[in-house]
Design a protein around this ligand. Sequence first.
Ligand SMILES: [Ca+2]
Ligand SMILES: [Ca+2]
Length: 81
Amino acid sequence: MRILIGATCFIMATSLALGVVVVKKGDVNGDAKADKVDAQLIMRIMLRPGTASPSQKAAADVNGDGVVDIRDARSILKKAS
Ligand SMILES: [Ca+2]
Ligand SMILES: [Ca+2]
């Protein structure tokens, strides 16, 4: 348990040191909501991955499988409806 807490603190400290932006999953445009606008942005990222920033891609990968695809867009639409 002590090791786990130590590792968590280390990861948090590393994230802060690197200036990692914490993104809300599904909120691609950063308006604090995950809605159909974000689903549309995910479709655009799918078609043209080069147009999205790393933080947008991180937010777009809703299910966290490392790929931005239709399943991520669909899960936003499911939650939004
Ligand atoms: Ca949004
Ligand atoms: Ca995904």
